[in-house]
Design a binder for this molecule. Structure first.
Ligand SMILES: NC(=O)c1ccc[n+]([C@@H]2O[C@H](COP(=O)([O-])OP(=O)(O)OC[C@H]3O[C@@H](n4cnc5c(N)ncnc54)[C@H](OP(=O)(O)O)[C@@H]3O)[C@@H](O)[C@H]2O)c1
Length: 331
């Protein structure tokens, strides 16, 4: 019998996640049947959506990981091969590819050969956050050369890529992040203006950096930031609503000015999305991102923390801004 560990949701989140929301459990995996394989977590992802979604108490915390096959009765997934899958916070996972995919074993695939690149990138720039930036920005904002683009959360996994893609498209890019170190890094990526949103007046900063207004706004944060940003949008501007991390820990829905008449008078296109909308085009997006990495056109950064037993602590620190670029956990 092979033992595995998993983090379960011990208590529903209320406000900021706390240690008491998480419980580490051990389980024994049954003997392998034909077609099945077991894989051991190598890198696990922590992402803001783990706080934004609700799921039943007692279930394994949701999340994606890169894992190495350690036992196999499936010739397509031999020992040693790397897979990525949405199997939750588990140290080991038994996979039966023939089983209908449930919440805990949906979407597994082989990690493609990344050459000298770390397989953790399959959880970042070459995975879900990379595709969020690529499709969520390009498809919804439809940026044009010479336009002004605003992206908040710009030192994060998604935001740092959105700004760089916007630069490649010939746009002027304004970013906001939560510390001097983050702002310096974002500036080094080529953003034209970067502000520490904890220290500046956002309205004043936008007047200064975008005197002619904003054409595309990629929103990771929501809340008051967005209420202010919308006032700076140009006519027929496009807003890609990716997330609203400023409110993920809120105990009451945030109340602000209703944006609808601003949207009417400025004739804005405001569209929310879930990146899986483009799942069938992920290969195309990943190929483009890989090409940009190889050509040195896009940079990425990871904040790698260890190990599996520290998952809750690392996740909680992500929500407080401890990461630069993509936060991953080395099992
Ligand atoms: N729609 C989709 O399909 C999709 C897919 C992936 C991600 N998302 C969303 O995209 C956003 C970014 O995700 P990510 O994976 O790239 O995370 P991330 O930006 O790498 O990490 C989260 C960051 O949020 C910032 N933050 C925390 N509280 C904040 C607040 N009150 N105001 C402003 N910033 C705050 C922190 O940076 P600072 O130090 O700068 O505050 C923290 O580092 C999230 O809202 C996420 O839910 C959506």
């Amino acid at each position: 019998m092979v033992k595995s560990k998993k983090w379960i949701l011990a208590r529903e989140f209320e406000g900021e996640p706390k240690d008491s929301n998480f419980k580490l459990e051990e389980e024994e995996l049954p003997a392998l049947k034909d077609g099945e394989f077991i894989c051991d977590a190598v890198y696990l992802s922590v992402d803001p959506y783990m706080r934004a979604y609700s799921y039943p108490v007692g279930s394994c915390i949701i999340g994606e990981q890169v894992a190495r096959v350690s036992e196999s009765k499936n010739k397509d997934y031999p020992v040693g091969c790397l897979v990525q899958m949405q199997s939750g916070w588990r140290s080991r996972t038994l996979v039966d590819p023939s089983k209908p995919k449930d919440l805990e074993t949906i979407r597994f695939l082989k990690v493609p050969d990344l050459g000298t690149l770390e397989p953790s990138l399959a959880l970042g720039i070459l995975g879900m956050p990379g595709m969020t930036a690529y499709f969520g920005f390009l498809e919804i904002c439809q940026p044009k050369a010479g336009e002004t683009v605003l992206v908040n959360g710009s030192a994060g996994a998604v935001g740092s890529l959105v700004g760089q893609i916007a630069k490649m498209k010939g746009c002027k890019v304004i970013g906001f992040a939560g510390s001097k170190e983050k702002c310096d890094w974002v500036k080094s990526l080529g953003f034209d203006h970067v502000f520490n949103y904890k220290e500046v007046d956002i309205d004043k900063s936008l007047k200064e950096a975008a005197p002619d207004g904003i054409d595309c706004y990629f929103d990771n944060v929501g809340g008051d930031f967005t209420s202010t940003a919308l006032q700076h949008m140009n006519m027929f501007g496009r807003v890609s609503v990716c997330g609203g991390i400023s409110a993920y820990n809120a105990t009451k829905p945030p109340i602000g000015p209703y944006p609808f008449m601003t949207i009417v008078f400025k004739q804005l296109k405001v569209e929310g999305f879930i990146v899986l909308r483009w799942w069938d085009r992920f290969l195309e997006g990943k190929a483009e991102m890989k090409k940009w990495i190889d050509e040195g056109k896009i940079k990425y950064r990871e904040t790698v923390q260890g190990g599996f037993d520290n998952m809750p602590k690392i996740f909680m620190s992500l929500l407080k801004g401890a990461n630069i670029g993509k936060m991953v956990v080395k099992a």
